[in-house]
Design a protein around this ligand. Structure first.
Ligand code: GLY
Length: 426
C-alpha cells in the first residue's frame, strides 16, 4: 500500500520512521516533509493545509492511507475530503477536529460529556467579556477560540493583564478571526500530563502517559514553546491509571461525538492538569503531540499501519497495540532565540555518532536536507530520543546522545525528566 504522511515536524519524522518499518507500506510520501522524512520517504512539495492538492495527490498515487500529523489539515477538512474520495484517513473529520480548532467548542463538548474541566464562559462581545473579567477572581485564563500557533492562551495574574490579552485578541485582532470569540476560564494548578488514545469512533485504546516540557527554560521558566522535551511513561499518571483516565476524559467525548454523527477516528489527546481535586482537562488535541510522539513511537512495538487502518475503519481492538516496557525520553535541541526569532541555515553534525548511543534515535524537526547536509530551517531543530530501562537511564542515554550533536546557537533544557525522577523517588 502507498501511504501519504502530512506534516513537516519532528513528530512527522518519527511517524515516517515508524511507518517505513511496516511491511504493509510500498511507497511512503511526506507532504511537505522535512530533512528527516527525506531519509525514509519521498517528500512532496504540497503544503499541509492544501486539502485539494493532497486529495488530488492521493488519488493520482493510489494512496491507501493518509496520516495527518498536525491539526491544521484536519480542521481544514482533510478527512472529509478524503472520505468523499473513499481514501482512509488517520485523523478525525472537520467537525470533530474542532475539539482542537475551537476552544469554545471543546469546552462545550466537555461540559455536555461530564468531563472535569475548569469553569468558563464564552464571549463574542468585547464589552461583556470586559465586564466578566473585571469581576473575575485572579488568576484567570484568557484564550483565543481558534488556532493561534500555540500563542492564544494567556494566564493572567492581574486584571490589567487579562484585559490587555482580551483587547489584543478581540480589538487588535492579533490572531485574526481566531480571537473573535474568547474563552475566559478559572486557572487550575497542578502537574501537567499528556494522555493520548487511539480511537475508532467507538473503541478507545489508551497509550502510556507522557509529560511535555512547554517552557523554554530549566525549572519551567521563560516563555512557552511547542515543547522542549517529553518522556513516557510519566510517573504522575502511572499505567495502572490508564483505564480509569480513559473512562473519565476520552470515552465520554468519543460517545458524545458519535451521538452527533461524527465518530472520532484517530488520536484524541487530553492535556491534563493533575490538581489536588483530581485530574482536569486543560485542552484537547486531535493528533499526536510533538514531541510526545517521538518517545511514544520509540516504545510502540506493534506495526502502526494496522492500528491506523483500524481507527479509520472502526475495527480497533486493544490486541493491535503493544508497548515496550522501557521508558523513552526526548530532548529538543532548538535554534538560538527560539521561541522568539532565530537564525536558519546552520549545518547540523554528529547525528550518526549520537545514534551509536544505546537506544538512541535522532528525529529531525526543523531542518532540510541539501546536497547531503542537514541545514536548520526551524526553531525546534532536532528531537534526540532514547530508550532506557527506567526514566533515569533513558535520560542518561538521551543526554549522552545530545552531547554528540552540534549546530551553531543550539540550546536545550538540561532537566527533561527531572520532575518524573523526583516523583518516582518519593
Ligand atoms: N506538545 C504539545 C502539543 O503537541 O500540543
Amino acid at each position: 500500500m502507498n501511504v501519504l504522511l502530512v506534516g513537516s515536524g519532528g513528530r512527522e519524522h518519527a511517524l515516517a520512521w515508524k511507518l517505513s518499518q511496516s511491511p504493509l507500506v510500498d511507497t511512503l510520501f511526506a507532504a511537505p516533509g522535512n530533512g528527516g522524512t527525506a531519509l525514509t520517504a519521498t517528500n512532496v512539495p504540497l503544503a499541509d493545509t492544501d486539502v485539494a492538492g493532497l486529495v488530488d495527490f492521493a488519488k493520482a498515487n493510489a494512496i491507501g492511507l493518509v496520516v495527518a500529523g498536525p491539526e491544521a489539515p484536519l480542521v481544514a477538512g482533510l478527512a472529509d475530503a478524503l472520505a468523499q474520495a473513499n481514501i482512509p484517513c488517520f485523523g478525525p473529520d472537520g467537525y470533530a477536529a474542532q475539539l482542537e480548532g475551537s476552544k469554545a467548542f471543546a469546552k462545550d463538548i466537555m461540559r455536555a460529556s461530564g468531563v472535569p474541566t475548569a469553569d468558563y464562559q464564552v464571549f463574542t462581545d468585547y464589552d461583556a467579556a470586559k465586564a466578566f473579567i473585571t469581576a473575575h477572581a485572579l488568576p484567570m485564563v484568557v484564550k483565543a477560540d481558534g488556532l493561534a500557533a500555540g500563542k492564544g492562551v494567556v494566564v493572567a495574574k492581574t486584571h490589567a493583564e487579562a484585559l490587555e490579552a482580551l483587547h489584543d485578541m478581540m480589538i487588535a485582532r492579533s490572531f485574526g478571526a481566531a480571537g473573535d470569540t474568547v474563552v475566559v476560564e478559572d486557572c487550575i494548578v497542578g502537574e501537567e500530563a499528556s494522555f493520548l488514545a487511539f480511537c475508532d469512533g467507538e473503541t478507545v485504546v489508551p497509550m502510556p502517559s507522557c509529560q511535555d516540557h512547554k517552557a523554554v527554560g530549566e525549572g519551567d521558566t521563560g516563555p512557552n514553546t511547542g515543547g522542549m522535551g517529553a518522556y513516557c511513561p510519566a510517573p504522575v499518571l502511572p499505567d495502572t491509571e490508564w483505564e480509569r483516565m480513559a473512562a473519565l476524559v476520552i470515552t465520554p467525548i468519543v460517545r458524545t461525538l458519535a451521538a452527533k454523527g461524527h465518530p472520532f477516528k484517530g488520536i484524541l489527546y487530553a492535556g491534563l492538569m493533575m490538581t489536588a481535586d483530581g485530574p482536569m482537562v486543560l485542552e484537547y488535541n486531535v493528533r499526536f503531540g510533538d514531541p510526545e510522539c517521538q518517545p511514544l513511537l520509540m516504545r510502540l512495538e506493534s506495526d502502526i499501519v494496522p492500528i491506523m487502518l483500524a481507527c479509520a475503519s472502526g475495527t480497533l481492538t486493544p490486541s493491535l497495540v503493544s508497548w515496550s516496557p522501557k521508558t523513552a525520553l526526548c530532548v529538543v535541541l532548538a535554534a538560538g532565540g527560539y521561541p522568539g526569532s532565530y537564525p536558519k541555515g546552520m549545518v547540523i553534525s554528529g547525528i550518526e555518532e549520537a545514534e551509536k548511543t544505546p537506544g538512541a534515535k535522532v528525529f529531525v524537526a526543523g531542518a532540510k536536507l541539501e546536497a547531503g547536509k542537514l541545514l536548520t530551517t526551524g526553531g525546534r531543530v532536532l528531537g534526540v530520543t532514547a530508550l532506557g530501562d527506567d526514566l533515569a537511564s533513558a535520560q542518561a542515554n538521551a543526554y549522552t546522545a545530545v552531547s554528540s550533536v552540534h549546530f551553531d546557537t543550539c540550546h536545550f533544557r538540561r532537566d527533561i525528566g527531572d520532575k518524573g525522577i523526583r516523583r518516582s523517588a518519593k
